[in-house]
Design a protein. Structure first.
Lengths: 389, 389
């Protein structure tokens, strides 16, 4: 067996079999950004200058929230890495990684973080010893190119995790991976099953007349709404987030909501995790990776429930808030720019702290398994203006 | 707002809107088992005897492995719970839970463990205080009815987690949840996306001429095979397990492989977790819940790779085995009936321990991102008789 001998051939064969998944304009822009970064470096070397790479400073001090923008934005501080004796290896690795990205666009393929690490095993001296090193370089590249409006998925670095399950009044337009022909995927035709959002969604298009998108925390609740055709009677699209939504899920909801101008409602547990982790991440993104938020957050999202007021109105069974819940809620009030800016949210979180309890979305089952479908959701949806922002 | 007032109505409305998802014969059998258990108890009470419930002993001492059967089987030891002053509450809860199950079959709905716990909040004195208590009662009922060949899903207790992603040469026949009409779901028509296996799969049927099912450990590898149309050239069905496969994924693969007599090949990391947790659970089930294995394991599964021999043959990048890996491998050799029965597996695990390293399936990317599609899988598949059992 001689795997080495067949390596070159492999790449070529596969490339020739496939069509572009992303519009050429997007790919041309991405390649243009890679080329211009590289050529600026090269020119600088020719002029005997010190080559450097600029990326946004990724710390909370460089993050701000403008309610008009609607998500946590990265600020204007930049970090400059200059090529020196000490940085030569990571500098070379960054350029090799950019080269890999360009190669993947040309061959219409992609790599996960882990795969990119293994690919580097053939980079001789520039190979990575640990995946944590290649992850950092990829994060740097992602931050660097985010300044040009290019996402990591456009660079063809795909997340390991796919997106959540989707069902309802939506046709997703994808393309056949081999022939490149458009494929209509009708999300009303999955029976009790569902559509899985792919790892990268940049190339998808959407046909829908749905009135809203319902983003659901748990798989169990999604299955209930799916199995009882809730999306049919409510004329909507349901998405299972499965906890904090993955990149692909957030990007999918964002692209769909933008393209078709549909409101997005979140339906999660009433606890500090559901509010300040799941919902906050969906809507405004995260502070630690603020350079991504312009791609991944869903600023149009609003909070359907379960609200602290619902716990009382619906006499829900509760559990006491744990120390970690109290800490999370207090952190949100004190440090989170999104909650700090929102009076209704401050009031709701303070109410929750005062009540000292939390309730799960499935607690509605106390009133009958399908009470959520027949009573709770219709009642809430008839007053959607009252949703928390 | 008065949720209480609307509760009864809710259940009725929903029930009337839906058709049966499971063939009536299956439901009749399930209801028959519930009824006969209850009526035996009742007769015993009338005759002033002590009512009792029998279920299999769920400990490793009551588990055995017969290679001809192909999975870890529960033995013949039974545990008898008798109604006494001390057991009256849990006895009542068990009967209430059986009643809920019968009610759900009639109304064609289902409950997750968590929902069943919340439903009990209206059971007055028989209500559960903690979900762990209702989980135990549900596990007991599951074990009890497994003796009659009835699974938890047939009792309408559904897992919280759905199954993995599926793509390839397969049409899944489901039914529209509202109208009950059959729906053909063509898994070749998902572009870069995929089909999500529902929480319960008992009612599904399958049309396929695929040559095999490939069960894949990671979402990243699944996406690669899906995006490059591997299932098309290899004429197969690909399933993403996402680590240890969920109940729904295992049951789906089992039903599909049985119904269409298709071989199942596992493609996982070469490490003790991939071998003795993921693959072992898929193929022979688990020792702790042996009463389930007859429903959930896939005895026809075989191990395509990555094998210890592959690490050397393909010169894969490796990581050293951690202490936890070594412990897991030694446990498998010493205590696991499946590995103890299999000479080829004992040899393979001993080889891995001797090499002292592990390799991930994505390590094949060292030879090019699509080397796995163009070279590795075709080479392995051309010698499928050599797969580990």
């Amino acid at each position: 067996m001689s795997p080495r001998a067949t390596k070159k051939k492999t790449t070529r064969k596969t490339a020739s079999k496939r069509r572009k998944m992303v519009t050429d304009a997007t790919d041309r822009h991405t390649i243009g950004c890679i080329d211009s970064t590289a050529s600026t470096l090269y020119q600088r070397i020719l002029r005997k200058g010190k080559p450097e790479l600029k990326s946004p400073v990724r710390s909370l001090s460089n993050v701000h929230f403008d309610p008009k923008v609607g998500y946590l934005e990265i600020g204007k501080s930049r970090k400059v890495r200059t090529l020196t004796v000490n940085t030569v290896k990571s500098f070379a690795q960054t350029l090799k990684m950019m080269h890999l990205s360009k190669e993947m666009i040309g061959e219409d393929t992609f790599a996960t973080k882990r795969e990119a690490y293994y690919v580097s095993k053939n980079w001789d001296e520039a190979r990575f010893d640990e995946q944590s090193e290649s992850d950092t370089v990829m994060d740097d590249i992602e931050a660097m190119f985010s300044l040009d409006g290019v996402s990591r998925e456009q660079l063809r670095f795909y997340p390991e995790e796919h997106g959540g399950a989707v069902a309802g009044k939506l046709v997703v337009v994808d393309r056949d991976p081999v022939s490149g022909k458009p494929i209509d995927i009708d999300c009303t035709k999955f029976g009790t099953g569902a559509y899985t959002i792919p790892h990268s969604v940049e190339h998808l298009e959407f046909k829908t007349r749905a009135k809203f998108i319902l983003a659901i925390e748990t798989g169990g609740m999604f299955q209930r709404l799916q199995s009882h055709g809730f999306w049919d009677s409510a004329n909507c699209i349901i998405v299972s987030m499965g906890g904090v939504p993955t990149r692909a899920t957030r990007r999918f909801i964002r692209l769909l909501a933008d393209a078709r101008k549909i409101p997005v409602y979140a339906f999660v547990d009433c606890d500090p995790y559901g509010i300040s982790n799941i919902y906050r991440t969906l809507k405004v993104g995260s502070g630690n990776a603020a350079h991504l938020n312009k791609f991944f957050c869903v600023p149009q999202a609003r909070f359907l429930g379960v609200t602290p007021a619902d716990i009382e109105d619906y006499e829900l069974p509760t559990h006491p808030l744990l120390d970690v819940d109290v800490k999370r809620a207090k952190d949100a009030l004190k440090n989170d720019p999104f909650f700090k800016h929102s009076k209704p949210w401050r009031k709701a979180i303070e109410q929750l702290l005062k009540m000292g309890v939390r309730a799960e979305q499935q607690a509605l089952a106390k009133w009958g398994l399908n009470y959520v479908i027949e009573e709770y959701l219709p009642a809430k949806l008839s007053a959607s203006k009252a949703f928390l922002p």
